[in-house]
Design a protein around this ligand. Structure first.
Ligand SMILES: C[S@@+](CC[C@H](N)C(=O)[O-])C[C@H]1O[C@@H](n2cnc3c(N)ncnc32)[C@H](O)[C@@H]1O
Length: 211
């Protein structure tokens, strides 16, 4: 195992429950931005992905990315937990232009020579990586006009635990906006999606264009 973070995410992956084979609409693949099934907007947030090169940061078992492959995108998923790439390949590898890579998002973006049209993250690496480091790297590997989008729960006050290995980025929306602008993104759209059930946390979905 390459890092303490990867070990933690591998333990998380061991408890993973595979997604249902069919959603409420009867679809075998779909993209879900929120933590609740059959809830929230679909992949249209990313624009038309047909023929586009798409990168997911923290792709987990690959179900969201697989859906974009069925729509004609050329897809790369990056995840820190080593078992995720295997599981994703086995489950979805037959669906089209799909590759899954085991890497830290920052390391991957620092080294890859590919340019992407769409980069997104769903409760993934964006939520767990300092945006001052990650966002400039994302912008550098995106074609002008491309879409960068990510979702996570709304910011809540956190205790700063000394020695914490995995840190969630609990940023208020103005801070996310500031980091996006500083990294060269514009046309920022923020959507707060209420939970389907009262009293549960909602989802913040942010998208921006590579200016
Ligand atoms: C909460 S899970 C979400 C997985 C997937 N996006 C989904 O919606 O099912 C977070 C995922 O991000 C990955 N991850 C966390 N930090 C990462 C990083 N720095 N680089 C790459 N992947 C990371 C974890 O291994 C894990 O699979």
């Amino acid at each position: 195992m390459s890092s303490p973070q990867a070990e933690i995410w591998e333990r998380y992956a061991a408890k993973y429950t595979p997604r249902r084979t069919v959603n409420a609409a009867g679809a075998a693949t779909w993209l879900n931005w929120t933590q609740y099934p059959d809830h929230g907007p679909d992949e249209s947030v990313l624009g038309d992905v047909r023929g586009r090169r798409v990168l997911e940061l923290g792709s987990g078992a690959g179900a969201n990315l697989a859906h974009l492959a069925t729509l004609g995108a050329t897809c790369t998923g990056v995840d820190l937990a080593p078992s995720r790439a295997d599981v994703a390949h086995r489950t979805w590898g037959h669906l089209g232009e799909l590759e899954f890579v085991t890497a830290d998002a920052v390391d991957y973006l620092s080294e890859v020579s590919t340019m992407f049209d769409v980069v997104y993250s769903i409760f993934g690496a964006v939520w767990f990586t300092d945006p001052r480091v990650l966002f400039p790297l994302v912008r550098k590997k995106m074609n002008d006009g491309g879409i960068f989008a990510f979702s996570q729960p709304p910011a809540t006050p956190q205790r700063d635990e000394a020695g914490q290995v995995v840190r969630q980025q609990h940023l208020a929306v103005p801070l996310w906006r500031g980091h996006l602008c500083a990294a060269g993104f514009g046309e920022i759209v923020v959507e707060t999606i209420d939970a389907p059930v009262a009293g549960k946390p909602g989802t913040v979905l942010i998208s921006a264009r590579a200016a």
